[in-house]
Design a protein around this ligand. Structure first.
Ligand code: ASP
Length: 585
C-alpha cells in the first residue's frame, strides 16, 4: 500500500505516529521559512508542513509542487499550533520526512473547490476533475449509501435483484425508444428499455414473486431541463398483492431511507386522489410543504359586471398570508409572472384585505365591499392577507394558478428543501384522450389495471372516466415514483388494447410474448418504479439530478467529455446495413 492512513483519518490521539499519506495537492503555501501543503483524498484533507527541520532537498521539492500533483508523503503526526476547527483533521499536521511525486499534474482548467470558477460546460468536459470536488463527490457517496440501504431493505423483504436485458424489442406507446442496429440480423433493430416493465411482469409469471432492480432506463425524449436520456430506476414488482400492499411496502422503503440517512421518522404518508390534487392544487404532484389550497369562486364573483369572470368556466384563487402590503411593483411582478408564456395566463386579479378591515382590489369598480367580504370568508382570509384570483378554462386556469401558488410559496420561504412533504396520489384516470390522433392513450402504460369499481361497465360507456389502479409517490412537489396493479387477465388486456385502438392482431404482434405468457397462469401482480437520480437529489436538497450521476449528459443529450454521440466509420455503417442521409435543419 502506498499509504498507512487516509487524509481524513488522523486525530490528536495519533500524535507521534510515523505515517505515510497519499493524495492530491489541494493547496500549497510558502511562507518563507515554512511550506504548507493541504493534501486531499476522498476522505478529507491533512496539512503537511516543511520547516527548517526538514531535509533541504525535500523542502526545495515541496516549494515546487502545485495544485493536483499526486504525492506520497512520509512524516510524523504532530499537534498544530493554530488549529482549524472546521475540519476533522484540523488539530494535527504532518511533519514531513520525505515526499515522492507519484504524478505531476497540469494546472486544472478550473479550481477544485466547492466554490469553483468553472462554468457548467467546462466542468462537464472535465467531469473527472469535477468529481474531485467535495460537493460533487458527496453526492456520489450519498447515492451509494441510498443504493445500499435500498438493497438491504428489499433483501430483508425477500425481493430478488434480477437483471433484465438491455437489448430488447421496440414497442409502441410510451416515449421514443433508443434503437440499436443488429449486425447479425441485417436491417433489424433492438431497442434499449424505457423500463423493464414487461420483463418484470414476466418474472411474476415465472413465480419469482418479489423482484427489484436498480436499473438504467433509456428514453429518447426531447430533453427538457433536468432530464437525462439515460437514468436509473428502482424498479419493483410483487405478486399476489393489491394496491394497499404495494403502498405499504414502499412507504416502508421510503421511511427506511429517511430514517437511515437523515434520522427522520416520517409519519403515515398522506393520500390524495388525482381529482382532488387537480382541483385543489392544479397539479398531479402538489407541493404540500405549504397549504395555500385553491378556492373556487364562481358563485361569489360571477353575475356582476366583470365580463372576464362572467365568461370564465372557472374562477379560482389562492390566499397569500400576510401579503396585503404588497406594493404596486410587487403585484405587477406577479401579473408579469403569470403572463409569461410558460404560465400563459391572461391576467391576475388581486384583493387586499387591509389591516383596517377594508378591501382594495384591481376590480374595485365591479364589486362592493360586501362582495369581497364573502370572498374573504370563503378563503377564511384574515386582515393582512392578499387574495390572488385567476379565471378561464378550468384545466388551464388550474395549472396557471399552480405555477403562481408555487411562486408565492417560494417568495414566502415556504419551500425549504429540507422540509419534507411526502404523499401518495391515487385514482389517476386510466386513459388520456389525444386530440391529434383522435384516440385514447394509456396514462400510465397499457398494462395498468382499471379500478375494479369502474370496470367493465364504464370502460364500455365512458372510457375517459375510468380510474386506474395506479399511484404516484410525490415528495416536495416532485413525482418520485409511480406504479400500478397490472392487468393479469388476458381478456381484460385485450379489451384494454382494443380501447387503445389495437386490433387483436396488432396487439399480438406488438405484445405477443406477454399476452402469450398470460395464458399460462399469470398471478395477480403489481409494482412501482422510483426515479433513483431524483430521489438522491431530494435527499440532498438539490434541484438538479445531474450532479448525482457520475457521468451525465448535458441538456442536448451530449456527453461533452467523451464527445458522444459521434459519427461512426463507413465500415461500421456498411456492416450494419446503414446509410446516412443529409440533415436539413
Ligand atoms: N414501468 C413504469 C414506469 O417506468 C413503472 C411501473 O409501473 O412499475 O413508469
Amino acid at each position: 500500500m502506498l499509504r498507512t492512513h487516509t487524509c481524513g483519518e488522523l486525530r490528536i490521539a495519533d500524535c507521534g505516529k510515523e505515517v505515510v499519506l497519499s493524495g492530491w495537492v489541494q493547496k500549497s503555501r510558502n511562507l518563507g521559512s515554512m511550506n504548507f501543503i493541504d493534501l486531499r483524498d476522498r476522505y478529507g484533507i491533512t496539512q503537511i508542513v516543511c520547516d527548517d527541520k526538514t531535509d533541504k532537498a525535500v523542502y526545495e521539492l515541496a516549494k515546487t509542487l502545485s495544485r493536483e500533483y499526486v504525492l506520497q508523503v512520509k512524516g510524523t503526526v504532530r499537534e498544530r499550533s493554530s488549529k482549524n476547527t472546521k475540519i476533522p483533521t484540523g488539530e494535527i499536521e504532518i511533519e514531513v520526512k520525505d515526499i515522492t511525486v507519484l504524478n505531476p499534474s497540469k494546472i486544472p482548467p478550473f479550481t477544485i473547490e466547492d466554490n469553483t470558477d468553472g462554468g457548467d460546460e467546462l466542468r462537464m468536459k472535465y467531469r473527472y476533475l469535477d468529481l474531485r470536488r467535495n460537493c460533487v463527490k458527496n453526492n456520489i457517496e450519498l447515492r451509494h449509501r441510498l443504493a445500499m440501504m435500498i438493497r438491504n431493505y428489499m433483501n430483508a423483504e425477500h425481493f430478488l435483484e434480477i437483471e433484465t436485458p438491455f437489448l430488447i424489442r421496440s414497442t409502441p406507446e410510451g416515449a421514443r425508444d433508443f434503437v440499436v442496429p443488429s449486425r447479425m440480423n441485417p436491417n433489424q433493430f433492438y431497442a434499449l428499455p424505457q423500463s423493464p416493465q414487461q420483463y418484470k411482469q414476466l418474472l411474476m409469471v415465472s413465480g419469482f414473486d418479489r423482484y427489484f432492480q436498480i436499473v438504467k432506463c433509456f428514453r429518447d425524449e426531447d430533453l427538457r431541463a433536468d432530464r437525462q436520456p439515460e437514468f436509473t430506476q428502482i424498479d419493483c414488482e410483487m405478486s399476489f398483492v393489491e394496491q394497499e400492499d404495494v403502498l405499504q411496502m414502499f412507504e416502508g422503503l421510503i421511511k427506511h431511507l429517511f430514517k437511515q440517512e437523515k434520522g427522520l421518522e416520517l409519519g403515515t404518508f398522506q393520500r390524495m386522489t388525482w381529482n382532488d390534487a387537480m382541483k385543489y392544487y392544479g397539479s398531479d404532484k402538489p407541493d404540500l410543504r405549504f397549504d395555500m389550497k385553491f378556492v373556487e369562486l364562481n358563485e361569489e364573483l360571477q353575475g356582476k359586471d366583470f365580463k372576464v369572470f362572467n365568461d370564465a368556466e372557472l374562477v379560482v384563487g389562492i390566499c397569500a398570508k400576510g401579503c396585503a402590503e404588497y406594493t404596486r411593483k410587487q403585484l405587477d411582478e406577479l401579473t408579469d409572472f403569470v403572463k409569461r408564456p410558460q404560465v400563459g395566463a391572461n391576467g391576475l386579479v388581486y384583493i387586499k384585505y387591509n389591516n383596517d378591515g377594508t378591501f382594495k382590489s384591481s376590480v374595485d369598480k365591479f364589486y362592493t365591499q360586501e362582495d369581497f367580504e364573502k370572498v374573504a370568508s370563503k378563503f377564511s382570509a384574515e386582515k393582512g392577507d392578499l387574495m390572488l384570483i385567476m379565471a378561464g378554462k378550468a384545466m388551464k386556469t388550474r395549472t396557471s394558478l399552480c405555477a403562481l401558488r408555487l411562486e408565492m410559496g417560494s417568495r414566502l420561504g415556504l419551500r425549504n428543501p429540507f422540509d419534507y412533504s411526502v404523499l401518495w396520489i391515487t385514482d389517476f384516470p386510466l386513459l388520456e384522450w389525444n386530440e391529434e390522433d383522435n384516440r385514447f392513450y394509456a396514462m400510465h402504460h397499457p398494462f395498468t389495471a382499471p379500478n375494479p369499481e369502474d370496470y367493465p361497465q364504464l370502460l364500455e360507456t365512458d372510457p375517459g372516466k375510468v380510474r386506474a389502479n395506479a399511484y404516484d409517490l410525490v415528495i416536495n412537489g416532485t413525482e418520485v415514483g409511480g406504479g400500478s396493479i397490472r392487468i393479469h387477465d388476458r381478456e381484460m388486456q385485450l379489451k384494454m388494447f382494443e380501447t387503445l385502438g389495437f386490433t387483436e392482431e396488432s396487439a399480438k404482434q406488438q405484445f405477443g410474448f406477454l399476452m402469450q405468457a398470460f395464458e399460462y397462469g399469470a398471478p395477480p401482480h403489481g409494482g412501482i418504479a422510483f426515479g433513483f437520480d431524483r430521489l438522491c437529489s431530494i435527499f440532498a436538497g438539490a434541484d438538479s439530478i445531474r450532479d448525482f450521476i457520475a457521468f451525465p449528459k448535458n441538456n442536448s443529450g451530449r456527453d461533452l467529455m467523451a464527445d458522444a454521440p459521434n459519427v461512426i466509420s463507413d465500415e461500421q455503417l456498411e456492416e450494419l446495413y446503414l446509410s446516412l442521409k443529409p440533415v436539413n435543419k
